[in-house]
Structures are given as C-alpha cells and as structure tokens.
Write a protein that binds this ligand. Sequence first.
Ligand SMILES: Nc1ncnc2c1ncn2[C@@H]1O[C@H](COP(=O)(O)OP(=O)(O)OP(=O)(O)O)[C@@H](O)[C@H]1O
Length: 277
Amino acid sequence: MNDSGADAPLIDFRGATLRLGGRTLWSDFELGVREGEFIAILGPNGAGKTTLLRALLGLQELSAGKVTVAGKKPSRGSSDVGYVPQQKIFDGDLGLRGRDLVALGADGHRFGRPWASNSVREATEAMIRAVGATSYADAPVGNLSGGEQQRLRIAQALMSDPKVLLCDEPLTSLDLRHQEGVLELLDERRRSAGTAVVMVTHEINPILPYVDRIIYLVGGNWAVGTPDEVLTTEQLSNLYGAPVDVLRVRGRVIVVGGGETPEQSHHCGPEMAVAQS
Ligand SMILES: Nc1ncnc2c1ncn2[C@@H]1O[C@H](COP(=O)(O)OP(=O)(O)OP(=O)(O)O)[C@@H](O)[C@H]1O
C-alpha cells in the first residue's frame, strides 16, 4: 500500500531502500508525513524500525532513493528533529535533576550559549509545565519512575521546538497508565504545535486511539496506512509471507501467527502475538 502524501510533506521518503550487512531492510519505501501526523512504526525485531529513524536523523545513508525532512536532506543535530532514543532507566545515584535533563535539550540555534542564559531557564520551566512534570522536576532523575523519566526525556527532545519528533519505543517498561500518559503528551503536542510524531513501538493496542497511520515493516516488505488498513489478516499475511490472523476481541487487536516470525516479533508467547496492553 503506497502513501499518497501531501503537497509538501514534512517527511518525504521516495523510493527509499536500505541494505545493511547484505540484507535489504526495506526497499522502494514511499511515505509523506504531514504536519501534526502521528505515525507508529511496527514490525518484528530486526525489521529496520530504528534504522528508519536513523535515516531521518541523518545517521544512516540510504542505499537508494531519497528522504527529506522539512525539505532538506537529514543532517545530524538538526533542530528540525527531536529524538527520544530507546529508553534507558537512569541510575538512582545520578545527581542530575529533572530540570537539568530538560535544559540539556536547549540548542545553540535557538538559545545561543545554552547553560548561561535566562531564556533557557524560562523555556525549561515552560516545557516542564507543558509536560506536567513540575512536581518532580527538582528530584534526581534516577529516583523517578519510568513514566516520569520518559516525560522528561520527551520534554528534553521538544526543547529545540522540532518540526518532527522521533521516539524509539517510548512505551517500553511502562504500565498502562503511564503508557497512556506518554501517548496523551505526544498527542497533545502534535495537535497544539503541529509537530509530526513518528514512534517505533511493539505495543499495538495502546496506540490505536492515537495514531493516524502505521508503517509496518517485515523482512524487506512494508505497508503504510491507517490501523484499519494495515492490521488485517490479508495485509499481514502478505507482509509476513505466512498465514497470520488478525482478530478483534473486545476492541483489541490480536495477531495470531502461524510461522515463527510474528511470535518473535512481539516478544509474546508461542501461540499469540502482539495484543499487549
Ligand atoms: N551498522 C550496521 N551494519 C550491519 N547491520 C546493521 C547495522 N545496524 C543495524 N544492522 C542490522 O539491521 C537490522 C535492523 O536493525 P534495527 O535496529 O533497525 O531493527 P529494529 O526493527 O529496530 O529491531 P528491534 O525491534 O529489535 O529494535 C538488524 O538486523 C541489525 O542487526
């Protein structure tokens, strides 16, 4: 399923192909992401989800085709792109306070010499308020819960006021309440500021109320579309090249795979995959 895109997409992949270590991760990938769109990237381990984010960060050259972000070739350190890397829980001994972590996201383009300025302090305070972290912003980050830490990391990534926010598995190790908190925060940002959000995740059900479209990558194949378009028995069976059943049970999506790939992909038991929430 190819994406029709918009006139001037914020993210624009054209015929993008990426080969790494003798494997084709994805080929002829086409996608136009509009301002304020919320996109989730799904797929099994090793399908190339993080690598797709790396291409947007200017950290990974394409093997063929092209990609632009805000009309430009992606480049390292661009203030157009905010990035929340895969979660690492901060150590309890780390002396850094929440507000210090957020302030680290202030970049030279916007603030001049970051640490010295009042404008950084004010912007940090405003961002902490915006993500609802005021009550714990002065605590050492290592003492905070995973969900609280994640909020601060997103605040840090938003400090450069990026046009695009990339998040790599921001829901991992969060309970349902904190997952919803993070998703609501991302949703609010894309609605209020028009930031396009692109999120890698293994969690399907929590994201369904929020995302506009899904990119599903499997073994060199890809599909892009709304959750209803992509999460179907036919589409996933095509992508996996093996029988996969997509069931809807009490509003939840459950993917049951016949081969080994779907089970591996979503860290579930041997019989049933995905449907984690
Ligand atoms: N620099 C590299 N050289 C060769 N192979 C690489 C390189 N970087 C990544 N790979 C391989 O590319 C594949 C895709 O990796 P990537 O991290 O994008 O997968 P992913 O879909 O994010 O997986 P996961 O769900 O496990 O995080 C993996 O098989 C990985 O080993």
